[in-house]
Design a protein around this ligand. Structure first.
Ligand code: SF4
Length: 719
């Protein structure tokens, strides 16, 4: 580069010397006096950096939109209602329209943040000055970005200022410079004309006045320059003038087509035609994310989502990509076993079973946010097969009818396993049952009778195996005439199943947490019987807390990031909650593994100070014996519960004075780092607390797969 630049400069100088001096030549060619003209020197080549997007949790509908997006949403909804923009589904009412816009908006917020974090707020080396940026964009036609940059640098080294580019004699040198990167065409002439237009429009060289122009005025001026189309003009507006525009170049167009991110607002036909997409896509993208999303998609297109053989395995937005989903669905279609996941929650059962060759064909939960999480992390399941429905209110058949794909797999005799993590709040020690003075009959709590709905599914689908999970307290729930557990087992037996149940510790199944759960496994008479103690064959102790937290960034109380990069993965929700100073003092003084009861006798001084200050309650140990607890780095964690949504005092980090983050809770539950939870912080804590640990689910899946294979072999040998 250095050598070629100096060569170019010496050639240029000699060509100018042939006709006299450089200045004399310039002054004879220009229509205005050039002495002292600002166009005799190059403007600043300062680069643009796209600002970091404000953070909030993935798909959190409670958070609301960024301020600039609120007006955009209203006007877009109005345009759709008036027929100016077409939704894929025709004739929706306003509520449906707003719902569709919200869906697209949250998806794009998430994608933009993922990409910005993954590529570390990428810079595509664009320029702050609109003139230099326009030249640069012209030089990028059919040219790789580094070559275009080198060409621009060489032109700037070879000519004293933009004025010189307008000379006839300059064309051969420009041609020579740009020809090194391959494509020349009419670029030298167009570059010269570009400079002329800028000089004529801004004789004082002050191109920054464009910042005060209206969008249409800028578009008119830029698109009037030969060789600058609408897309290039939008790029200049976005990069140099900071306008919230969304240019669709080949990378962006390709990724939008593949991911179908705008599917609720852009029809399939619009999505497949690049020109139509260019004209319509910007409308569907919220202004606050346009710039970051564009830069992220271009970086993704250059590095991962290549025109041929995209690297989907290393793609940070693979979970929301329809192209990838189609690939996964095709692969899942070959899976040997089918699974129906009832009360699926965040998807712990499906996550564990999928790693053992099971394909989830239907997932149901009544929580919208849990369904969002499920869809986000299980792209291999068609979106419409994740149903947000109240199982207590809907009949089995009417729910199955709602699925658009794989209906034939959700028929009696086709389902291999039905899993259900039946809601346990009514049975749990952490619930009403533990509260002194509250008379609580589990049989009066409708949540505790939801198991009856699961029984209907078992009756209608006749799966080969059934796996139910709940808290151990379920064993004693009920009254002396009817224990709920006995009632469940009896009902399933009546349907032709052999039923076994027992308490399993997730720690024995590769989960870094002591988590006792009752597991009920029912085997249909047509398949080999599974006894729960067979699960011990797959036992493997989980990690201790410090191993589980390995590699996570250190945090203070009330800090962290909803999106951060660890290694090559973007992790979400590594955020710690706020704690007041008095709680922080207790956190700092707690010993690893110490409980509140022990602490209160060892550090009376702290408790007395707290009592004297009177600003915060001092809890007794009778009802709150586990009010504060520090995790021990060298042991497995205590059971992760949904109560974490209220406070994390019972889960203090082993070496930092704060409660654990959502990501740390996910690690203690055995979820992988690319698992993304949707919704507000509190809702994420609930989802993680209620989840079935995937490693435990995986071991159950292994056991069932082993029996299914054995049954198949036995049948084959009989034939
Ligand atoms: S998952 Fe694959 S096809 Fe989809 S955006 Fe990523 S790299 Fe492209």
């Amino acid at each position: 580069m250095q050598a070629s630049s100096s060569e170019a400069i010496s050639k240029q100088t000699s060509s100018l010397q042939e006709v006299g001096s450089e200045r004399v030549l310039s002054q004879t060619m220009h229509a205005y006096p050039l002495s002292g003209s600002p166009w005799n020197r190059w403007p600043s080549t300062r680069r643009v950096q796209i600002p970091i997007l404000p953070e909030h949790p993935c798909c959190d509908r409670t958070w609301g939109l960024e301020r600039e997006d609120v007006r955009w949403k209203d006007s877009l909804a109005l345009s759709i209602q008036r027929g100016r923009v077409q939704l894929p589904t025709r004739g929706p009412n306003r509520k449906e329209i707003l719902g569709s816009i919200d869906q697209v908006t949250h998806r794009l917020y998430h994608a933009a943040r993922m990409l910005q974090t993954y590529f570390d707020n990428p810079s595509l080396h664009n320029y702050r000055d609109p003139f230099i940026e326009t030249m640069y964009i012209m030089l990028t036609w059919r040219t790789r970005i580094p070559d275009a940059e080198a060409n621009l640098n060489e032109i700037m080294l070879s000519f004293v200022g933009p004025c010189d580019l307008t000379e006839e004699e300059a064309l051969p040198l420009i041609r020579k410079i740009v020809s090194r990167s391959g494509f020349v065409g009419k670029r030298p002439e167009m570059l010269a004309e570009l400079v002329r237009r800028f000089i004529a429009r801004f004789p004082d060289g002050n191109t920054s006045v464009m910042e005060s122009w209206k969008d249409d005025q800028i578009l008119d001026f830029l698109t009037g320059i030969p060789g600058i189309g609408r897309k290039s003009a939008l790029c200049v507006m976005m990069y140099s003038l900071g306008r919230p525009r969304f240019p669709i170049d080949t990378h962006v167009g390709r990724i939008l087509k593949r991911t179908q991110m705008l599917r609720e607002l852009i029809t399939v036909e619009q999505n497949t035609n690049h020109k139509v997409l260019q004209a319509n896509a910007e409308l569907a993208v919220p202004p606050s994310v346009r710039r970051a999303l564009h830069v992220g998609l271009v970086s993704l297109g250059q590095q991962r989502c290549r025109p041929r053989k995209p690297l989907c395995v290393k793609c940070p937005i693979a979970a929301m990509c329809k192209f990838n989903a189609a690939r996964l669905i095709r692969r899942a279609s070959k899976a040997p076993y089918n699974l129906v996941d009832l009360f699926c929650g965040a998807g712990g059962f499906s996550e564990g079973f999928s790693s053992e060759g099971f394909r989830t064909v239907l997932a149901v939960d009544c929580e919208e946010v849990a369904c969002d999480t499920f869809r986000m992390n299980h792209p291999q399941l068609p979106e419409r097969n994740v149903l947000c429905e109240d199982l207590a209110r809907r009949q089995v058949k009417s729910l199955i009818r709602q699925c658009v794909q794989w209906k034939e797999l959700i028929e009696p005799g086709r389902v291999d396993v039905v899993t259900a993590g039946i809601p346990c709040q009514g049975f749990s020690k952490a619930g009403y049952r533990s509260r002194p003075g509250i008379k609580y009959d589990p049989l009066d709590d409708p949540r505790n009778l939801l198991y009856k709905r699961v029984l209907l599914w078992i009756r209608d689908l006749q799966p080969r195996y059934v796996v139910l999970e709940n808290v151990p307290e379920m064993r004693s729930a009920g009254n002396k005439d009817m224990r709920i557990l006995d009632s469940i087992c009896k009902s399933i037996r009546k349907m032709g199943y052999q039923v076994h149940h027992g308490v399993v510790n997730a720690y024995d199944h590769a989960t870094p947490q002591i988590r006792l759960r009752i597991i009920i496994i029912a085997s249909h008479r047509s398949v080999s019987e599974i006894k729960l103690d067979e699960l011990e064959e797959y036992a493997k102790k989980g990690d201790v807390v410090c191993k589980a937290f390995e590699g996570l960034p250190r945090l203070k109380s009330n800090s962290g990031s909803w999106y951060s990069k660890v290694g090559d993965v973007v992790i979400t929700s590594h955020v710690s909650r706020f704690n007041n100073d008095e709680d922080l003092r207790i956190f700092g003084a707690l010993r690893p593994g110490e409980h509140y009861e022990q602490f209160i006798t060892r550090r009376k001084d702290i408790i007395d100070d707290r009592r004297k200050s009177g600003t915060h309650a001092v809890y007794g140990t009778k009802s709150f014996s586990d009010k504060y607890h520090r995790l021990d780095a060298g042991s497995p964690a205590r059971t992760i519960v949904a109560h974490l949504k209220k406070d994390g005092n019972g889960y203090i980090h082993p070496s930092e004075a704060r409660s654990i983050s959502i990501r740390e809770a996910l690690r203690l539950q055995g979820f992988s780092d690319d698992y993304v939870l949707c919704g507000s912080g509190a809702k994420q804590y609930i989802q993680v607390g209620n989840a079935v640990p995937p490693p435990l689910a995986r071991d159950i899946a292994r056991l069932i797969a082993h029996h299914l294979r054995a049954t198949k072999k036995r049948r084959a040998s009989k034939m």
